[in-house]
Design a protein around this ligand. Sequence first.
Ligand code: AMP
Length: 399
Amino acid sequence: MITVNDINFSGKRAVVRVDFNVPINARFEVTDNTRIAAAIPTIKKIISDGGSVVLMSHLGRPKKEAPGAFPVKFSLKNIVSELSGLLGIEVKFTEDCISDKAFSMSSSLEAGEVLLLENLRYYKEEEVGDKVFAQKLSAHGDVYVNDAFGTAHRAHASTAIITDFFTGAKASGLLMSSEVSSLELVLSNYKKPFTAIVGGAKVSSKISIISHLLDKIDNLIIGGGMAYTFFKAQGGQVGNSLVEDDYLDEARKILKKAVKKGVRVILPTDSICADSFSNEAAQKIFNTKDILSGWMGMDIGPKAIKSCKVCIEESQTILWNGPMGVFEMSNFAEGTKQIAYSIVTATERGAYSLVGGGDSVAAINQLRLKEHVSYVSTGGGAMLEYLEGKELPGVAALK
Ligand code: AMP
């Protein structure tokens, strides 16, 4: 895959798909600029070469309320000042991504200038991957760059279809290429022992990932709410813990496949349980296979933490997706915290660690450990699909 570092943008106009889908508050201000900041190195590379940049993105899921009228909160105009501040230059904005005015603004951009187009999803053609719409977008520049890893799992007009209209001149942005290369490091160039730590609420959303990883990993640590489905599948009593009864068979299949592949599965032998789903609930530690009725598993227990730590700290490659417990409640955050610390220890000892998925990223950020693991993926759904072994349309289109 060609990256922007392989191209000299001098005198060129790049059409760059970014992911500026950021949270906006009631005063139409950006409340978390992480995604905007993540695209800055790519934009700077292009303008420092002497190129100009046409940025395109979606923001939220706008539904047309009246012809031509969208609520202000969906307008990318809301992010112009944040983007300009981060770039250190005044970014231009156009109120429609394919109007005559938009094309006249993009075609008159000078070297070093940046234009942001209005929300692509104001056109339903974006999400259906309409070819005519994609072709119109492509007319904004000579080179196509995709730096929106977060939407790479969608075959939308601006993420995939558009590349049909650029002959040869297409490249990944720096964020896109670091996301893909860190996922590839874990999936294809991993060092052993390789441990996957999978947590979070539900087995159903992680089945395909676990199944795909079983061909590569040595150890599988299962935590969070999904662990209780595995205990119940083996005949355990899990009280009122979260269980997906429809997935008991799938859980048994995974355990069987793990044995066949020689993968060691570590399930939390003990759990911190609560008598209600609340931070203030009464607490008691149970062996996870013997939780009494009226109690629910909220976090992995001290024995479980110990065995996870030993396994993680002996690993050379670590992939973590999903918290070990209801970490949003301070009384049930210890398991997640300790797992994060162990990953940091292993990383300091030379392991490669990749943390991804909304809630594990939130946990790492909350603990201020982002700089202490090898890579934190911001990809969300795109990352999960990559881990399932699927080819992402936005990545495939760049090849
Ligand atoms: P996911 O998006 O599937 O990674 O799930 C993340 C969510 O799982 C978080 O909101 C956690 O609070 C929740 N979770 C983790 N452990 C448990 C548990 N033992 N019981 C219920 N929910 C849990």
